[in-house]
Design a protein around this ligand. Structure first.
Ligand code: GN1
Ligand code: MG
Length: 339
């Protein structure tokens, strides 16, 4: 599956004789390669169009954001698209595959989970800064890369449908968890009552979507595919979800799945330091609700996928989505202890 056909490369380069292509990174959604060419180093990607139904839209978003950040002297590296020889930002092949190329950002390192309080702080600050630089780009210009991505109400409806259908006879093993999901329904109402402003958000903020330089400073925010109109509360919430628990979402060490208060505090400090000036009072006062809602939503998503037979998230063992859901339920419980 790692073969990249020469017609793909020759759509981007006049000369493809000395290309070197190696599978790259840990992403589960797209197929990603490191590409060495006489013109330079690049990232070549085959976009998963089952998850992203309109690859053109997300590429247009990325180009807009990239140009906007460059124009406004954003202090970090940005994603730069390499166009095809015909001047397109995306290649669609006759087999209905979508390919794109970015310039490679050199001399970086990645982390899959935070290793220190300092990294948690830097992550909060870098995503706050990213949103700050996007805040004066008109939100109407950005397309919704995945419709209803953080529509928790709709996620809950889909969950109820999956419970009702119980196609894989898995409801009987998840009675407790289903009840818990139903009991937290009020979080949706609490969130909706805020009427948060719709802004441009990253929608997948986590440490693995940052590139650090060799001196441990953040060099770039990456994975811009989910950039879309949304709420800052959701981005902050996802940061809490992924950055404040030392056990990751795969952990079955459920007693240890909890929000670390010192991590929560530095995350919030970093995030607000770079975004406070333009956030509304409602947003600033409800960051914690954002965390509760997003953790709740993730629990719903994992449990729904378990009930539907593991169609969306990759799994390597049968109960994996069930365990992920239990993990997120534990994390959500501890979010009620944060004040
Ligand atoms: C997916 O593949 P990854 O880790 O970037 C998902 C996120 C979830 C996450 C949970 C497009 O992200 O929304 O929070 O899994 N992305 C999409 O691990 O569905
Ligand atoms: Mg992602």
């Amino acid at each position: 599956m790692n073969v990249v056909k020469s017609n793909i490369l020759s759509s981007f380069f006049k000369n493809i004789d000395d290309c070197k292509i190696i599978p790259f990174g840990s992403g589960l959604i797209h197929r990603t390669f490191f590409l060495q060419h006489a013109e330079g180093d690049f990232i070549l990607q085959n976009i998963n169009h089952h998850v992203f139904k309109n690859p053109e839209d997300l590429m247009e978003n990325i180009q807009l954001v990239s140009n906007h950040l460059k124009r406004n002297n954003y202090p970090k590296s940005v994603l730069s698209i390499k166009e095809t020889l015909d001047g397109n930002i995306l290649l669609q092949t006759s087999e209905n595959e979508y390919w794109r190329i970015f310039d490679f950002i050199k001399d970086t390192q990645e982390f899959s989970k935070p290793e220190s309080k300092k990294q948690v702080y830097q992550t909060g600050k870098s995503f706050g800064e990213f949103l700050t630089y996007l805040n004066d780009l008109p939100v109407e210009k950005i397309k919704t890369s995945i419709p209803d991505f953080h529509n928790t109400r709709m996620r809950l409806e889909k969950f109820e449908k999956a419970v009702l259908q119980d196609e894989f006879d898995r409801v009987k093993t998840s009675i407790k968890e289903i009840e818990q999901i139903r009991n937290w329904r009020f979080l949706i109402e609490d969130y909706e009552a805020l009427n948060c402003p719709i802004r441009i958000v990253h929608a997948d903020p986590k440490i693995s979507n940052l590139l650090f330089d060799k001196s441990q400073k953040v060099k770039a925010v990456i994975d811009w595919d989910t950039i879309m109109p949304g709420s800052v509360l959701h981005d902050f919430g996802d940061l809490v979800r992924t950055m404040t628990c030392e056990e990751g979402e795969e952990s079955t060490n459920f007693e240890q799945v909890k929000i670390s208060l010192p991590y929560f505090e530095v995350l919030k400090k970093g995030f607000l330091e770079s975004s406070e000036s333009w956030l509304t009072e409602v947003e600033k006062d409800n960051l914690l609700l954002g965390a509760k809602v997003i953790i709740y939503e993730q629990a719903i998503r994992f449990l729904t996928d378990f009930l539907e037979g593991d169609k969306y998230y990759n799994t390597v063992y049968t109960e994996q989505n069930f365990n992920r859901a239990k993990n997120q339920i534990c994390l959500c419980k501890t979010s009620f202890q944060v004040i």
